[in-house]
Design a protein around this ligand. Structure first.
Ligand code: NAD
Ligand code: MG
Length: 386
């Protein structure tokens, strides 16, 4: 029996994780779970999975959650303190990090320091503080399993191979809803258009990141840290069918890829049950149903966010944290209808141009860079609205 904490249980990844848990009650038990705002769903989850601890992100919501859970035998906590308590509880072996954005940094760091294995969905932690996280993982002897489908594919394609033999990592990208939309039409893109992803059903922030292709930029940085490979060795191929989830090319010219129906339950289950494989209910892949699998190079002039992410990781130090923070603010502003789609990249680029990168030696310094990026991006968005 593996005891789990699920950080972000009400999100898209959290819900899929609970589906896996529900299908394997003999293997997994939820000790703690945490949520942001969707308390109705959270209470239903608490009833179904009976965790010992339930945490709501805002401590102001604790009384309401207590009232909603009246009669249930669960300890209810709130705020960052509560998130950290859930992530570090003695009974827990593995923490599923499925909070979105830099908000996941502190609880995930606390979990690693407490010796918990991590199933990592929250890519923003590695984007902002990859070097610190990977050092902590080594220092505390924990295992970090990727949940992101591309990184799970690379992880599966690397098993049994020497990292010295890797020539290249090739991350695949669907290209999102605007793959075939000319860049000139981007000024007319609505929130609804951008939320309409062709292959994956995900949370709102990552869905917009997929439309701008910032998601792939974040994933390049995530791969750089997870697999300790220089960024020059990480390529992106657009693959609109999302059947090959990523590939690893070796120095002998052999390429190993992982394929499957696009469904996050597969990489989640592998992170939870590694090295075993367990049933997931994912639709079996029938390649005869496809008239062809296609691949093309991404257009960096059109998808400016992808280029900005390469620029950020090449510049290094605090630049990726600032880029990530500016992206979070710009995506929020776009989703709230305050700025246009094109202005997401404008905001990030302007914030990056204004930033002088500096070395980040602690999570506190990462959070300072994150805060600077947020405040700068907020100001830029206000200017854009004027
Ligand atoms: P989501 O928005 O659906 O869910 C986010 C979860 O985090 C929710 O439970 C929410 O309540 C909680 N949360 C949000 N803000 C919080 C805060 N400030 N403090 C505490 N909790 C907070 O997001 P998602 O799509 O499930 O994505 C989660 C993470 O997984 C992201 O980092 C995303 O990039 C990554 N990811 C998601 C997918 C996917 O298919 N959805 C795929 C790969 C990677
Ligand atoms: Mg992904």
């Amino acid at each position: 029996m593996k005891n789990l904490t699920i950080l972000g249980s009400t999100g898209s990844i959290g819900v899929s994780t609970l589906e896996i848990v529900a299908a394997h009650p003999d293997r997994f038990r939820v000790v703690a779970m945490t949520a942001g705002k969707n308390l109705e769903l959270f209470v239903r989850q608490i009833r179904q999975f009976a965790p010992r601890i339930a945490v709501v992100a805002s401590s102001g919501d604790v009384p309401l959650l207590k009232e909603m859970c009246g009669g249930l035998d669960v300890e209810i906590l709130g705020g960052m303190e509560g998130l950290i308590a859930a992530a570090t509880d003695d009974e827990v072996e593995m923490v599923v990090a499925a909070i979105v954005g830099a908000a996941g940094l502190l609880p995930t760091a606390a979990a690693i320091r407490a010796g918990k294995d991590i199933a990592l969905a929250n890519k923003e932690t590695l984007v902002t503080a990859g070097h610190l996280f990977m050092d902590m993982v080594r220092e505390h002897g924990v295992r970090l399993f990727p949940v992101d489908s591309e990184h799970s594919a690379v992880f599966q394609s690397i098993e049994g191979h020497r990292s010295a033999d890797i020539e290249k990592i090739i991350l695949t990208a669907s290209g999102g809803p605007f793959l075939n939309t000319p860049a000139e039409q981007f000024t007319r893109v609505t929130v609804r258009d951008a939320l309409n992803h062709p292959n994956w059903n995900m949370g709102r922030k990552i869905t917009i990141d997929s439309a701008t292709m910032m998601n792939k930029g974040l994933e390049v940085i995530e791969a750089r840290w997870l697999f300790d490979v220089p960024v020059e060795k990480i390529d992106v191929n657009i693959h609109p069918q999302s059947i090959i989830h990523s590939m690893v090319e070796y120095i002998d010219g052999c390429v190993i890829a992982q394929l499957g129906t696009p469904d996050m339950k597969a990489p989640i289950a592998y992170a939870l049950s590694y090295p075993e494989r367990i049933s997931t209910g994912v639709k079996p892949l029938d390649l005869t149903q496809f008239s062809g699998l296609t691949f093309l190079r991404p257009d960096m002039d059109k998808f400016r966010c992808l280029g900005l992410a390469y620029r950020a990781i090449n510049s290094g130090e605090s630049m990726p944290a600032v880029m990530n923070a500016a992206n979070e603010i710009a995506v929020e502003a776009f989703l709230e209808g305050r700025i246009g789609f094109v202005q997401i990249a404008d905001t990030i680029e302007t914030a990056m141009n204004a930033h002088t990168p500096r070395d980040l030696r602690s999570i506190e310094e990462v959070l300072e860079a994150d805060l600077w990026g947020r405040e700068t991006a907020r100001e830029i968005c206000r200017e854009l609205v004027r």
